[in-house]
Ligand binder design. Sequence first.
Ligand code: AGP
Length: 613
Amino acid sequence: MCGIVGYIGTKKACPILLAGLSRLEYRGYDSAGISTIEKNGLSLVKDKGRVKILENNPAINTLEGTIGIAHTRWATHGKPSKENSHPHQDNSKIFSVVHNGIIENYQELRNMLEKNGYTFLSQTDTEVIPNLINYYYKKEQEHDIHAFLKAVRNCCLDLKGSFAIEVISSEFPKNMIVVRKDSPLVIGTCESEKYISSDIPAILSYTRDFYFLNDLEFALLENTNTTFFNSNLEEINKPTSNIEWDATASEKNGYEDFMLKEIYEQPTAIRETIGSKISLESKCDFEELELTKDYLESVNKIYIIACGTAMHAGLAGKNVIEKLCRIPVEVDIASEFRYRNPIVNEKTLCIFISQSGETADTIAALKLAKLCGSRTIAISNVIGSSITREADYSIYTHAGPEIAVASTKAYTSQVVLLNMLALYFAEILEIVDMDLINNIKKEMLLLPKKIEETFSCKNSIQEFAKKIYQEKDVFFLGRGIDETVAKEGSLKLKEISYIHSESYAAGELKHGPIALIENGITVISILMDSSLIEKTISNIQEVISRGAKTLVVTSHDCNTTMFDEVIKIPDTIPYLSPILSVIPLQLLAYYISKEKGLDVDKPRNLAKSVTVE
Ligand code: AGP
């Protein structure tokens, strides 16, 4: 939801800001804008549309300043238009502001400012921010840097909602102030330059050293210096964290789209996520979790809470944790969990999954679980992300930066990590036979190779995509663990191909949805779990009799004449099968989107990181 980028240093800011915006465009892409500090005051160039349109604006070439802020927007308040684009300025044009998040009380603040003579040009919630800063700034006797800082702080204390904000001022041509609350913002630092961004990959080519701000911590930046303050404006110290990601990981590296690149990165992502934690010689090691046998024996329920694809990974996690640890697991959508008054207490262990670590609903659910006295574990792909700073304990997938809006390698890495966690719990609880544990470990170590083998389905999938890309409705079926993959396949297809699709537990179809099956409709089934295969095949027969076209993803030898297309993939144990069976479905969504000529990496209406509730 919106990307913000900032630069303060010795080089021209504009090219650096534009490059940052292009990298952040997956967070929102309906308008873009930039403001720099020039000799004659603040510049402001912005427009509706993608970053390319901004780049081609002739005014961009006139920007010389070495300090600037920029924004790419995912509209919340007010339609995409030049007026609603960021940056926004106060009435006196002393302050330029970019903002990611939502100001919930903006109407109230706008009314107050209007009563005080301020006027507004946009329908956005953001425009109250520069005017409110101006309002507080004017109240100060001395107009020094402390007054600037105090005005930004006073403004932020009035804001309800979420925000990551960058502010520059024509009166302080060497400074920038940044602050965040419940929205992401990182500060990259090198000797005489500071880079600010909504996420790490956008600025990884400049530095590996980052500062992470907690809620309502303020950073006052100069090119060589950064001073941090808490909300009382007392100076605080902050350490830097070194990020190991390779800068080229956020480039396409010859692939047409990030999504395809990320699909093909899955063997590496899984290998890195397993790391040295799994071996046949020793117990699975998550010592950072500090969980004892006594504690795990006291847990009477595990909640797994997440959104979208991360929630689907949670469903696969439920399957393995329940089977190995015999602890009931409930998987919940973060936005629902928060409002259901969930039964959570000190005997509940809550696991939160988020690739970005910045999903607003997941963070809010995590805060609630902590308040209820539960222990919390965050699973994220981004070191230092908000969710990892909120949770009691954090463990990481090591999938590398995921740029495409449609999540692929993060999902498979999450499923692997949840299997590892289940093994870790089971080994502590000492309730599972060592042969089973060793078998899961052996199969896990074989996954990268088996994923490579699964890629050989690419041509058949591409051909099938050509046959069905004009369909209006597609169904996905599966039983048990295969149903969780059906859900993920269906989500992937919806989000990047805009084809309506539904996923069902195969046995549930006859209880209603089968009424939708008509001649020629496509039904995609996952048949990995050998104990359920016969039952699912019977359900597929039911749709075939009603004229459905069928594609089956399986590791078993099926009667190929029965189905229109059979995608044979390597076999593994059911706990791990989603990691292989999802790959043909990822590729199918990708190639259908390509056939339709759509923007695979930036599907309409979506953003990579959903930082609004
Ligand atoms: C995945 O393809 C989606 N774009 C989306 O469902 C995503 O998984 C969800 O928004 C959660 O994101 P997170 O993992 O960063 O929290």
